[in-house]
Design a protein around this ligand. Sequence first.
Ligand code: SRM
Ligand code: SF4
Length: 568
Amino acid sequence: MTDITPEQLAKQSEVERIKDASNYLRGTLVKSLQDPLTGALSEDDTQLCKYHGIYQQDDRDLRDERRRQKLEPRYQFMVRIRLPGGVCTPTQWLEVDRIANTWCNNTIRLTSRQTFQLHGIVKRNLKKTIAEINAALLDTIAACGDVNRNVMCNPNPQQSRLHEEVYEYARRISEHLLPRTTAYHEIWLDEELLSSSRQDEEPIYGKHYLPRKFKIAVAIPPSNDVDLFANDLGFIAIAEDNHLLGFNVTVGGGLSMTHGETSTYPRLADVIGYCPKSKTLQVAEEIVTIQHDFGDRTQRKHARFKYTIEDRGIDWLMFELNRRLGWSLEPPRPYIFEHSGDRYGWVEGANDTWHYTLFIQNGRILDTEIDPMMTGLREIAKVHDGDFRLTANQNLMIGQVSSKRKPVINALLEKYRLAKGHQTALRLNSMACVAFPTCGLAMAESERYFPSLLDKLDKIVKQAGLGNDPILIRMTGCPNGCARSVLGEIGFIGKAPGKYNLYLGAGFYGQRLNKLYRENINEEQILAELTPILQRYAREREPGQRFGDFVIKAGYVREVLAGRDFHL
Ligand code: SRM
Ligand code: SF4
């Protein structure tokens, strides 16, 4: 890791200046939290709080009304928990549930990166919320910001022994790449305040952290439910006789783009080699320091690792990595991915344990009059002695259920109508990002609208005889791609209220990006476009042919072979 000089800093983005002046992520957060005159933090602190797992938002449904009333926006905060591999205990579940119902908006949001988000926290309750999360032996450190984020890992019920070993690596990577500053503990947990002149050590990140967010996933083939190729860095588990040997390493994934700016594009990661498991942390650290040293700190839209690789090339990266490692990655080992969705229902694991995967529409857990889902999951957590595993598809696995306790869990699943067996395979393979009203970047609805669009598409797929055919369908309210919309066999990306770009043709196991098919269309046009394609797929597909492959073969869209060709 090399230091950034003042001359370099002068040419860099505003966020770099904020990091530089922040005294290792402290900024003026303590003062901002105490300011009673506003529900917001100071402008610089709204950047810094991200490294503490916190986003300042405002209720966008109320924006216009509050402006008319000459009130400041209805500021509130979203908190994202760090949960490597998405695993938590039933006690932690109960605590998250209690915190959500005490300080937040009475809902829990399971994210597309296997963790919890809690929304609607007002400033005066923020510190209590973070303290209570930590009291539950969870934390929010580095869940956001220009650092390594929550490390993903398949929940993988089928290979539970191997999962245990691989999950341990995901946890260790997450720990290893945590920022070392004690700012979090001082600000949120009132642990001994260090003098402001004290310089913390950040051996991996230095005082400027990374140029941009950094994401890591670990996958156990044949499941690619974590969408490994969407990550800056990925590890594909290579095992023999159900024991982990090492990992194939992937680099340079990232899905975001900006409408109308073709210099920004999604990119899937390349497999660059194999490392024995004992070297995993070294590889992760060196890749992160390469991005630290070479990532573009002048333009945030060009700062992700994918652009560092596009600009300098994979050969350069391999040379630089092997040089830093002092040894060379071996050639990649064979592996096969078969799917990127979740396996619903009961699956038998090792040692007389069972795992139940539940569909949670768009990851939102709440109680409604007809659907007491939040209560049902709370009742399950009270009697469950295994674990909970959040999936990368915003769903939930009740993990490690003994066969003795299985009937009890089954009875609760039934009592609270949690088992949603009657859904179409289209809906079971759907994902939408949060968007309105909390996301400040949303251009169109996503989570709140997608279920009603799916009601209409459900009818079409059922009539076409495709009710049981899994098709990956995803929606995001903007092109940042938080529900990985460019990896949907059918993808929608918001352009304006009620208007979406329609993309087709991604790979069923996350191996290929989709392609723009129609631009800026409303619901009526979406249904008019998709109905004949789905009907034709039902009639003309070859045995086993996936929808994403069909639309390419049938000529609806061209196959996207590389991210830089996405807009061609
Ligand atoms: Fe995301 C920003 C929600 C996964 C790409 N994302 C945001 C923010 C924080 C909006 C903001 O910056 O103000 C959203 C908060 C909405 C809200 O109200 O809760 C947000 N992102 C989410 C979640 C909750 C979506 C979901 O519905 O599950 C996911 C939380 C992940 C987690 O637990 O850590 C989420 N975001 C993703 C993914 C998918 C993934 O990582 O597999 C992506 C695309 C992959 C990638 O990073 O390339 C993604 N989010 C972004 C970006 C674009 C980054 C870029 O390279 O330009 C932004 C905007 C930014 O960073 O400037 C963003
Ligand atoms: Fe917000 Fe856009 Fe992410 Fe959706 S994709 S949560 S609208 S940033």
